[in-house]
Structures are given as structure tokens and as C-alpha cells.
Design a protein around this ligand. Structure first.
Ligand SMILES: NC(=O)c1ccc[n+]([C@@H]2O[C@H](COP(=O)([O-])OP(=O)(O)OC[C@H]3O[C@@H](n4cnc5c(N)ncnc54)[C@H](O)[C@@H]3O)[C@@H](O)[C@H]2O)c1
Length: 432
């Protein structure tokens, strides 16, 4: 099949490369000539494990093409996926400007019959509006069906998530479009949920909101555990053994971040508001998430008191989660900013996100070549992202260069007893 993707971010580029690798001819449409030229040469604009090889292989095989010209991509394609960004507007609603712009550009080049699918996370009702825009702008004689196939890939494991998703959601009321989409997804493992467009759109928000709820619940339990003298990791282990609950996403830390959870929780609150429902549960989820980052800084402030001014904190991990260079809404932005405001010196290290971080963190933040260099001369280490290389850190070597042995473990990746036995003062989340 020949298919097109509008947008070459995490969702557009990863799914385009995977579907090219499955033998389809794939066109990717972007807005910037510069970026498209880089992509044509197999140069990626963000980090995702395994993606560079996949993109290069499929460019080489003549299956993956990049263009800024909608016509070149739309005319030969049977299915067109809209994968553009849907960031938060100031009121928390999803900003759909890029989705509607893409729909208009697609419409102008429609010939024959096309299936137009929204992969971007969009509020229920967006598919209907996309259909109206296309209907208004398409040439006479062309026809189309609208579908929603929300994406569930996770940055860091995006390729395998695309190949082996837990489910494929296909929302459309058109039998012809459903058949075409089922055919295209045949090589993909995972159960299908067939539903209407609005249901598919809501499934995506419901999933991200529930995952965020689990994280905020774990953080709230961590706050309480500290007050009652419990160990939240054991609490959640005990809770998670219940098969009805499970342990996944019940991990306390410095809060969730990234380009999806914070914006999707806010967007679902706004969607509910618009449809006469006060989603107070999700408002609390968002509030607890902000408390989590503040709670972490409070531990650092609590330890140093007024002496924090001038102290050096080695910050390990900046990306919102491991295996990505994505800094969008990363808790490190708040944590580094607050520490700097309080007069601390922050020396940061992240395996891949430092270039992006330099654009988003205060200019006072210094950067080190590795974790040991960051900790050299530091008065404390603060782990913010649980990269594997931090889990495996040689704490004896780390300690040798430090001015004072204090460890703030924002992700509970270390065994407190072991760390304390090495002479560190240890602060975890929800445990002593
Ligand atoms: N990143 C994730 O892990 C993830 C997972 C599932 C769903 N989503 C959702 O998928 C959507 C895209 O997310 P992303 O992370 O890939 O975003 P992104 O910001 O990484 O990429 C968006 C892309 O859209 C392009 N774009 C915007 N307007 C365009 C236009 N008119 N024509 C052509 N290209 C255009 C941008 O240049 C960019 O390449 C969002 O709605 C997001 O919520 C993201």
C-alpha cells in the first residue's frame, strides 16, 4: 500500500519507518525544507533507540520518502495519517491549529478515494471538524472517509511499541475505510478495537489520564508513607500483587512529564468542562503531579536549610524519562529552576538530553560529561531520571569526588541500606 504521514515527530516518523519496513511505500510530509533535507539523508531530528537504522534502511530500499510538497505525497497514497502536534493552549485545551491546517492542505490535493486518519491525540469531535474542512476544500470528484487511530507508542521503546501494541484502535463508521485500515494493520500484533471516531478519540485521553492517575496515586501514597513511617515501595509492592490492580505505573517519583501526560490530563479536564462535567478527579491528579516535583525540592531545601545558597547539586537525568532526549514538561525544568532561584549551583548530566536541556533550563545550569564529573566536588547528588547507567553507577567512585555524601533519589532506584552503608545520607521518595 502507499500511505502518507503528515508530521515527522515521534509519532509520524516512527510509524512511517515501521510501516515502510513492513513493505509499504511511505511518504512523510513536513513543513521545513531544512528538516526534510536532513531526513532525506537519514539524519534524525530527535533521539529514539533503533530509529536511525530503520529510517536509513528504508530510505535505501526506496520505500521511505520525505517531502514538503503535499501533492507529491497525497496523490499516490490510499491512506493519510495526520500526526502533527496538539500542544496545550493556555487554557489547557488541545491546540488543534496544526491538525486543521494539515486537513486543509490534504484536501486541496485529494484525487479519487482516500482514507484520512487522525493519529494525533485530539478531543472527541475533531474528526467531524476535519471532515468538514476536507469537504469544503477538496476538488470535485474526489471522495474520502474519516477515521481515528490514536497512537500509544512510548518514546524510548517506540519501534517495538508500534510493532507490538497492546491494541490497535480503529474508529470509523465507514466499512470501506475499516477494511483498508485492518488490511494495513494485518502484520501488527495486537487486538483491534473497532468503534466510531469519537470513541477512538476518547480512548486515547482515557488511557493517558488513567496512567497519570496511577502515577499521582503512587506519589500521594509516598507523601503519606513518609508521614506514617511506611516504605512506599513495599506498600505498592503489596498493593500491586493484587491481580486486579497490578504494579505497572504505580511508581512514585518527581512527577510525570513529557509531551503527553501533562497536556492530555489538562485537555481532558477542558473537554469535560466543555461537556458539562467537572472532572475533579483529574484536577487532583494534575495538582498531585505538581506537588511531586515541589516535594523533591523541599527535601533538598530541608536538608541544607539556609546553607543551600552556594552549594553544588549534581543533577543526574534531565529528560522526562529514560531513553529519550525529550525535555517537554520534564520535572527537571522545575527542579533545576527552583534550585537555581534559591542560590544553589546545579551541575547536570543526561546521556542524551543535554542539547535540548540547554534550550530549556536556566542559563546558570552547568553541564558535565558524565555522572562522575557532575558529582565531582558536589555537596549532593539528585537523581531525577532513572537512566540505566545511573542504576548501575559505581557509588564508591562517585563518593570519592564528592564534597559531602548526600543522595536525593528522586526515582527510588537505589537500595537505601546499601547507599547508607557507603556513608551517604539518603533521601528517597516515600521511604526512609
Ligand atoms: N510523543 C509521543 O510519545 C506520543 C505518543 C502517542 C501520541 N502522541 C500524540 O501524537 C501527536 C504528535 O506527537 P509527537 O510527539 O510526534 O509531536 P512532535 O511535536 O514530535 O511532532 C509534530 C510534527 O508535526 C509537524 N507539523 C505540524 N504541523 C504540520 C503541518 N501543517 N504540516 C506538516 N507537518 C506539520 C511538526 O513539524 C512535527 O514534525 C500529538 O497529538 C501527541 O499527543 C504522542
Amino acid at each position: 500500500m502507499t500511505i502518507a504521514y503528515i508530521g515527522h515527530g515521534y509519532v509520524g516518523l516512527v510509524t512511517a519507518a515501521v510501516f515502510a519496513d513492513l513493505g509499504n511505500t511511505v511518504w512523510v510530509v513536513g513543513r521545513s525544507e531544512d528538516k526534510i533535507e536532513k531526513l532525506k539523508r537519514g539524519k534524525l531530528l530527535f533521539y529514539e533507540p533503533g530509529l536511525a537504522e530503520l529510517v536509513q534502511r528504508n530510505i535505501g530500499a526506496g520505500r521511505l520518502h520525505f517531502t514538503v510538497n503535499y501533492k507529491e505525497a497525497i496523490v499516490p497514497s490510499s491512506v493519510i495519517f495526520i500526526c502533527v502536534g496538539t500542544p496545550s493552549s493556555t487554557s489547557g485545551e488541545a491546540d488543534l491549529t496544526s491538525v486543521y491546517k494539515a486537513a486543509e492542505s490534504i484536501a486541496k490535493h485529494l484525487v479519487g478515494y482516500k482514507v484520512i486518519v487522525t493519529k494525533s491525540t485530539v478531543p472527541p469531535g475533531t474528526g467531524r471538524k476535519v471532515a468538514e474542512i476536507i469537504e469544503k476544500n477538496k476538488p470535485e470528484g474526489s471522495s474520502f472517509a474519516i477515521a481515528s487511530a490514536p497512537e500509544f507508542l512510548r518514546e524510548g521503546t517506540a519501534i517495538s511499541d508500534t510493532l507490538h501494541p497492546d491494541r490497535v484502535i480503529i474508529g470509523t463508521t465507514s466499512d470501506r475505510a475499516r477494511k483498508i485500515l485492518l488490511e494495513l494493520h494485518k502484520p501488527i500484533n495486537g487486538k483491534s478495537v473497532l468503534c466510531n471516531v469519537e470513541t477512538a478519540e476518547l480512548i486515547k485521553y482515557a488511557s493517558n489520564a488513567l496512567l497519570s492517575t496511577k502515577i499521582s496515586f503512587a506519589n500521594a501514597m509516598a507523601f503519606l508513607s513518609e508521614n506514617v513511617g511506611a516504605d512506599v515501595e513495599d506498600v505498592l509492592e503489596g498493593v500491586g500483587m493484587d491481580k486486579r490492580i497490578g504494579r505497572s505505573f504505580l511508581y512514585p517519583g518527581v512527577g510525570y512529564g513529557g509531551s503527553c501526560f501533562p497536556k492530555d490530563v489538562k485537555a481532558l479536564i477542558a473537554i469535560a468542562q466543555l461537556h458539562d462535567y467537572d472532572f475533579s478527579l483529574l484536577k487532583a491528579v494534575d495538582e498531585v503531579n505538581q506537588q511531586a516535583a515541589r516535594h523533591f525540592v523541599r527535601k533538598i531545601v530541608g536538608h541544607f536549610g539556609k546553607k543551600l545558597r552556594g552549594k553544588t547539586i549534581a543533577m543526574l537525568g534531565l529528560a522526562f524519562k529514560p531513553n529519550t532526549d525529550d525535555m517537554r514538561e520534564a520535572p527537571s525544568i522545575y527542579i533545576a529552576g527552583d534550585l537555581i532561584r534559591r542560590g544553589a549551583r546545579v551541575v547536570a548530566y543526561d546521556p542524551v538530553a543535554m542539547e535540548n536541556a540547554k534550550r530549556m533550563l536556566p542559563k546558570e545550569v552547568l553541564y558535565a560529561r558524565d555522572a562522575y564529573a557532575a558529582a565531582d566536588g558536589a555537596d549532593a547528588v539528585a537523581v531525577v531520571t532513572e537512566w540505566n547507567e545511573f542504576i548501575q553507577l559505581d557509588l564508591v567512585r562517585l563518593a570519592k569526588g564528592m564534597n559531602d555524601l548526600v543522595l536525593f533519589d528522586g526515582r527510588n532506584i537505589y537500595d537505601p541500606q546499601r547507599v547508607k552503608a557507603l556513608g551517604f545520607m539518603y533521601y528517597g521518595i516515600g521511604r526512609m
